[in-house]
Design a protein around this ligand. Structure first.
Ligand code: ZN
Length: 115
């Protein structure tokens, strides 16, 4: 009885395909979309941004006779409120001080408190 060897189950490893070394740097996938910058809202402002009242109302020349207007920028003692408190811009603050002084001269505004 001829013994037949089982045919060599040749799982012949025919690895001829060697990975070609030295292929250049593969072109990476160019990501198109950035993840949207999520810089969130810092919405907490304690102070509102003060804008010059005269600029917003487009008052160019400040009427020195308008006492009610001037009194908004004059403290109780008759002092002119600094502009960092009122938010008046420099140009209008200058005109404001002028107007206040004129108003003082015609006794619309007090110079100072009398004790
Ligand atoms: Zn202004």
């Amino acid at each position: 009885m001829p013994e037949e060897n089982q045919a060599k189950t040749s799982n012949a490893s025919d690895t001829s395909a060697a990975p070609s070394a030295g292929s250049g740097p593969g072109s990476g996938p160019r990501g198109g979309g950035r993840p949207g910058g999520g810089s969130g809202g810092r919405g907490k402002f304690f102070r509102r941004k003060k804008v010059c009242k005269f600029c917003t109302e487009k008052i160019d020349a400040i009427p020195y006779r308008d006492v009610r207007l001037l009194q908004q920028f004059v403290a109780e003692r008759g002092k002119i409120v600094p502009r960092r408190l009122t938010g008046v811009c420099t140009t209008h603050q200058r005109r404001l001080t002028r107007a206040v002084k004129q108003a003082r001269n015609i006794a619309l505004l007090p110079f100072a408190t009398r004790h």
